[in-house]
Design a protein around this ligand. Structure first.
Ligand code: COA
Length: 167
């Protein structure tokens, strides 16, 4: 595959992207741009082949508080993988894996520069296995729901289990 990964740009054509998931497509077509360029709520990274978008992932800084600790739950910084989707014409060809590698390297960079204990993701029911294969484990979310239906499963991957790419 001769593709590249970069941050979403204002002029990118997002409308021709179709993952087959209506909510994810709607988010990408209507909100990913304004969230990134106007409201600074999150940043999307895209895999492109000659400027055609094959997949995207949206990340945002977040916090995770463990309820298993005896002391009052202390929020810890994490990178939140808010949305991830691959164009239906490109599924099963490694684009999702490539996007996750970007997220993993961002988590390590955040850990070095600002602090980050891992990645949390919100998995659609069909994608739970996809994340679990990578070592993500379910967590109980008491806040921060995206409001999607059906309710996604919150998953966590600690930094120690996240592979570091050779630079
Ligand atoms: C889930 C999704 C992101 C995977 O992207 P992809 O580019 O097709 O995945 P890859 O080609 O990188 O596959 C990586 C591995 O995950 C597996 N996989 C892919 N989709 C899977 C799924 N839905 N469930 C379980 N395993 C899956 C592949 O078989 C492959 O396994 P292997 O390494 O053992 O061969 C993509 O199918 C998608 O956009 N789905 C619809 C939206 C969605 O569910 N997004 C996730 C939301 S939170």
């Amino acid at each position: 595959m001769t593709v590249s990964v970069r941050r979403l740009e204002r002029d990118d054509d997002r409308t021709s992207f179709h993952s087959g998931n209506i909510e994810l497509d709607r988010f990408f077509h209507l909100y990913a741009g304004q969230n990134q360029f106007r409201h600074h709520l999150g940043t999307s990274y895209v895999v492109v082949d000659d400027e055609q978008i094959l997949g995207f992932v949206t990340v945002t800084p977040s916090e995770l508080a463990s309820s298993s600790e005896k002391k009052a739950a202390r929020p810890r910084p994490v990178l939140r993988l808010a949305r991830l989707a691959v164009d239906e014409r490109w599924k099963g060809r490694g684009v999702g894996t490539l996007l996750l590698r970007v997220v993993f390297q961002l988590a390590h960079r955040l850990a070095r520069e600002e602090g980050c204990v891992g990645v949390v993701g919100d998995a659609k029911p069909d994608a739970v296995t996809f994340y679990e294969k990578l070592g993500f484990e379910p967590v109980v979310a008491s806040a921060g729901h995206l409001g999607d239906r059906p309710e996604p499963t919150p998953l966590f991957l600690p930094l120690a289990l996240i592979p570091v790419d050779e630079e």
